[in-house]
Design a binder for this molecule. Structure first.
Ligand SMILES: *[C@@H]1O[C@H](CO)[C@@H](O)[C@H](O)[C@H]1NC(C)=O
Ligand SMILES: *[C@@H]1O[C@H](CO)[C@@H](O)[C@H](O)[C@H]1NC(C)=O
Ligand SMILES: *[C@@H]1O[C@H](CO)[C@@H](O)[C@H](O)[C@H]1NC(C)=O
Ligand SMILES: *[C@@H]1O[C@H](CO)[C@@H](O)[C@H](O)[C@H]1NC(C)=O
Ligand SMILES: *[C@@H]1O[C@H](CO)[C@@H](O)[C@H](O)[C@H]1NC(C)=O
Length: 650
């Protein structure tokens, strides 16, 4: 400090002016470079309200990542490894043979066998499948292999076991999956179609990315990445949000227009985007971790026939049944499959898919991890180096030279400690949505890039993503006027400028999920209690309407946590009546202390209440309470009589 003072006073007056000027330039540079990539109002002072979107019909507030409420709740998590051992067997792709080759590492062999002997006995078992789309059939017979074994082209997944030379001791067990190269007819299109790779993680909000994964966030600021800062989910949980991205339908409309996706065989009939992709010459892939939670299998029948060219699910089924599973502390989903992270199989599959094909032909792939942060938001901090590692690997492979990548989530935290914060409404409804455009695409379509950049701070929704995917397929066609999303005729490709005045209803976002409107807290009084009570009544009526009164307990209000009122009502609701206002109410019922969050239209004088019960959020874990029934929505409101805990119903 002393030293600095001295040097400062000893510089000449002239130099000082120069350094102040340079400092000034630095500050200006810092501010403007932020302004492009981050929230709108960084250049205003910190006390002023900041927004992701600040347009005529949408003010989407920015949440300070490390606010006091959050720091109180947060304890960082360390990364837990699945194994401390080095890999005994490694896989390489021989680019001349175009086949995978297994290597046995001698150094690791010596270490594990604790001997200088080079003897070992390794076996693999093929994962055999094909009888049904979503499951494996059995493990193949043990096949011995030695150094530099060339994996047959018809093996897509294997378990490996290596023993000491005398076969008495198991040295290491492992599992691998392969995206086997298929020679494909050359792409005769003169106009190149862009590949699209979707890298998805369940439960990551915009704010949690900023606070828990700064390393990933930093990577996503590199050139070519665009964050959709006005992206707002359209439905409650994973299924309807992903369904709308992949089909342009809500599950309800699909039920009316095509078939009921809870019925076996229906999902095979749905016009998923991958079918369009395939029709247009794309090779397709789909991989997810966690068998139980797979998007099209959790309380859904799954697929009867293989949906995409590469489909990971049967391999996952085998991995979960045939390897040792490990759960991390506090996690309900499988964390390790054998000696590897469950999600590492998925993103390794993704990497292989790109390595094999992305330079040669258009590909489309959907890769989704359920287990990273579904149960515990703080897992994101433990996992961030793993995730940025994936992205760096893709970069090292050169994949970003070729493909569009969508790095995204379905929603933010829906239960757990964050639900107790003031920001919980935003947390739940603002998933991350980043779109990467490769250099050649940016060069070829400067107008689309400009529009996408403009749209970063406009309200957007899942249906726009669907339209963007459709647009990518038809990029050389005349597509100025297209109503691709059935459930959002006004939605559009993000490669065209979104209207400044866009409202949630124009983006097919119900008010219950819309984060465009600012609400302020109202003092608790008889009126706020009464309103919550009426909401509980509506839930009870809902249960009765579905004839569930013999299965599920009737609910009674225990306490109201917070009530908020919308600050400015827009014109579209004026016609509804003078006294009707939008409210948020967060409350708890006696029965198993279940917690809810509802958006309602309510008139305090007349006690008129308008609400769609199906859009009420359940904000604590409901699975154990609702095990007596299967319906996705009914589960949110049902405390099974058989599961009722007596001590709390006083
Ligand atoms: C948001 O937009 C309004 C209306 O254009 C403007 O008055 C206000 O200053 C903007 N707020 C910020 C923080 O940019
Ligand atoms: C995480 O690791 C650091 C450094 O090894 C250690 O100081 C800290 O206590 C660990 N935190 C938890 C929650 O285990
Ligand atoms: C790896 O080593 C650490 C530190 O010795 C230990 O705490 C951990 O349990 C080990 N993990 C496994 C999977 O063996
Ligand atoms: C491995 O399993 C696949 C899928 O069931 C099958 O098609 C293939 O023939 C099997 N390969 C070997 C070498 O057993
Ligand atoms: C609501 O308040 C109760 C009682 O203070 C508290 O136990 C509960 O955690 C609160 N819930 C939420 C979601 O804020």
């Amino acid at each position: 400090m002393m030293l600095k003072m001295k040097t400062f006073t000893s510089v000449s007056y002239k130099k000082c002016i120069l350094c102040i000027f340079i400092l000034f330039l630095l500050i200006v540079w810092k501010i403007t470079s932020y302004g492009v990539n981050d929230v709108l109002t960084i250049k205003y002072n910190e006390n002023q309200k900041r927004f992701y979107v600040n347009s005529s019909n949408c003010q989407m507030a920015y949440v300070e990542p490390f606010n006091a409420e959050f720091t109180k709740l947060y304890t960082p998590k360390n990364f837990t490894r699945c194994s401390n051992q080095s890999d005994l067997v490694t896989v390489h792709f021989d680019s001349i043979l175009k086949q995978y080759v297994l290597h046995v590492d001698e150094e690791v062999l010596h270490k594990l066998s604790q001997s200088k002997s080079n003897k070992f006995a390794c076996f693999y078992q093929n994962i055999t499948y094909g009888q049904s789309a979503d499951h494996y059939d059995r493990m193949g017979k043990k096949t011995k292999f030695t150094h530099d074994y060339v994996v047959p082209l018809n093996v897509q997944g294997m378990l490996v076991e290596c023993r000491s030379g005398d076969e008495k001791r198991i040295l290491q067990e492992d599992a691998f999956s392969f995206v086997q190269y298929q020679k494909t007819s050359p792409n005769l299109d003169i106009d190149r179609k862009a590949s699209v790779i979707m890298y998805g993680i369940d439960t990551v909000s915009r704010t949690n990315l900023r606070r828990l994964m700064p390393v990933v966030f930093g990577f996503l600021k590199s050139p070519g990445w665009y964050e959709m800062m006005g992206y707002n989910k359209v439905a409650d949980n994973t299924y309807p949000n992903i369904f709308s991205i992949l089909t342009g339908y809500s599950p309800n409309s699909a039920k009316n227009q095509i078939c009921d996706t809870t019925q076996p065989g229906c999902l095979d009939k749905i016009p998923f985007i991958w079918k369009d992709m395939k029709k247009n010459g794309y090779l397709t892939a789909y991989a997810e971790d966690t068998v139980f939670s797979n998007i099209f299998n959790y309380m859904k029948p799954g697929f009867l026939s293989r949906p995409t060219d590469y489909y990971f699910r049967p391999l996952l089924d085998a991995l979960e049944k045939e390897t040792i599973k490990l759960y991390c502390p506090g996690c309900k989903m499988v964390y390790c499959l054998g000696r590897r992270l469950a999600n590492s199989y998925i993103f390794d599959y993704c990497r292989q898919f790109m390595q094999r094909y992305v330079a040669d032909r258009p590909i489309w792939g959907f890769f989704w991890s359920n287990h990273i942060s579904h149960d515990d938001f703080s897992m994101l901090s433990a996992m961030q180096h793993k995730i940025v590692g994936d992205l760096l690997n893709f970069e090292k492979d050169g994949s970003f030279e070729h493909t569009i990548m969508i790095f995204f989530s379905d929603h933010g935290s829906r239960f757990g400690p964050l639900m107790r914060t003031r920001e919980s409404f935003l947390e739940e409804r603002q998933p991350i949505m980043f779109i990467y455009l490769p250099p050649w695409f940016r060069e070829k379509y400067p107008r689309y890039v400009e529009a996408l950049a403009q749209n970063q701070n406009r309200l957007s929704s899942n249906f726009d993503i669907y339209n963007t995917l459709k647009h990518i397929i038809n990029i050389e066609g005349l597509v100025e006027d297209t109503k691709w999303s059935y459930d959002c005729p006004q939605c559009q490709s993000l490669f065209y400028e979104l209207p400044e005045s866009r409202s949630c209803s124009e983006a097919a976002i119900p008010e219950a999920y819309c984060t465009c409107h600012n609400y302020e807290e109202v003092q608790e009084d008889h009126g706020t209690w009464r309103m919550a009570e009426l909401v509980v009544d509506r839930i009870n009526q809902f249960l009765q309407y579905h004839n569930l009164q013999n299965l599920c307990s009737s609910l009674t209000l225990k306490l109201v946590n917070i009530t908020e009122v919308r600050i400015t009502e827009s014109d579209e609701h004026v016609s509804l009546g003078k006294g009707l206002r939008h409210y948020h109410t967060k409350f708890q019922v006696h029965q198993n202390l279940a917690e809810f969050f509802a958006t309602v239209l309510y008139d305090r004088k007349t006690e008129e209440l308008q609400i769609n019960v199906e859009l009420i959020s359940r904000i604590n874990i409901y699975r154990p309470d609702a095990s007596c029934l299967d319906d996705n929505i009914q589960k949110l409101f049902c405390i099974c009589l058989s599961k009722l805990r007596n001590n709390e119903s006083t």
